[in-house]
Design a binder for this molecule. Structure first.
Ligand code: ADP
Ligand code: MG
Ligand code: MG
Length: 254
């Protein structure tokens, strides 16, 4: 069974006169697969990720989304998270006064509670964080600081991947995780993501540029334009886009 099945999804910005942004998008993602979604700015990539995560500014007007055999669109945002949908935000928010460590534990416990599981014990949590943070080059000082407060671009992304490593989602959605990263930070983040690849976990990696895909090598690449997937292929499609740009797609759909 597919982990995620998006069928003919149409969506607009909330309100009766909202602009339609997704215009018949279909995508099937199986466990273990990494799908890259590329495309020009404004094609609806972030809108797709927000709709999957359950952000409520959007209204789905047609189509269906099934996650693990259930209707994803019927679920509240926290229910989606508890079932294993994770969205790494393109512009992570700062949460002053809440230590990153505390935030991570609260996020994990919220999901466990929703699933009817007991809270994680302090020693278990500390062990988990220590192990996962170490792999990502995240030190104690960073974990004590407020969420994202004073974090560099690279630190924010690493914190995001740490959150993912602790929550162990079934579906990871990374929306322009590469934006603003230098090559060293990109490597650390990519290694963190690659370490989370597993036969029972799928990833959707959204990026405007090809370079991230040198490090996180996708199984499938899709080109999105004007609210639809207009082409799909293997990892070589990303290289073709790098060479030729998106101009042909922009003309095709005009
Ligand atoms: P991408 O991530 O591919 O750059 P987006 O999903 O951010 O594309 O945007 C798709 C289109 O929807 C763009 O034309 C954008 O201007 C519009 N859009 C996105 N969010 C909003 C919003 N909150 N209000 C109005 N228009 C929006
Ligand atoms: Mg389908
Ligand atoms: Mg975007």
């Amino acid at each position: 069974m597919a982990l995620l099945d998006i069928d003919n999804l149409h969506a607009r910005i909330g309100g009766d006169h909202g602009k339609e942004i997704l215009k018949g998008l279909s995508l099937t993602v199986n466990p273990g697969e990494v799908h890259a979604i590329m495309g020009p700015n404004g094609s609806g990539k972030s809108t797709l990720s927000y709709i999957l995560a359950g952000k409520d500014d959007y209204e789905v007007t047609d189509g269906a989304v099934t996650f693990d055999g259930e209707n994803l669109l019927d679920m509240e945002i926290d229910e989606r998270a508890a079932k294993g949908v994770f969205l790494a935000f393109q512009y992570p928010i700062e949460v002053p006064g809440v230590a990153t460590m505390t935030f991570l534990r609260a996020a994990l416990n919220a999901q466990r509670k929703k699933r009817g599981e007991a809270e994680v014990s302090t020693p278990d949590f500390l062990r988990l964080v220590k192990e996962r943070a170490g792999h990502l080059g995240i030190n104690q000082d960073m974990l004590r600081r407020g969420v994202n407060v004073g974090f560099s671009g690279g630190e924010k992304k690493r914190a995001e991947i740490l959150q993912m490593a602790i929550l162990q989602p079934k579906l990871c959605i990374l929306d322009e995780t590469d934006s603003g990263l230098d090559i060293d930070a990109l490597k650390v983040v990519s290694e963190g993501v690659n370490a989370l690849r597993s036969p029972d976990r799928a990833m959707i990696v959204i990026t405007h540029y090809q370079r991230l895909l040198n490090h996180i090598v996708p199984d499938f690449v899709h080109v999105m334009n004007k609210g639809r997937i207009v082409r799909s292929g293997g990892k070589e499609l990303a290289l073709e886009l790098e060479a030729n740009g998106y101009a042909e797609y922009q003309q095709d759909a005009a």
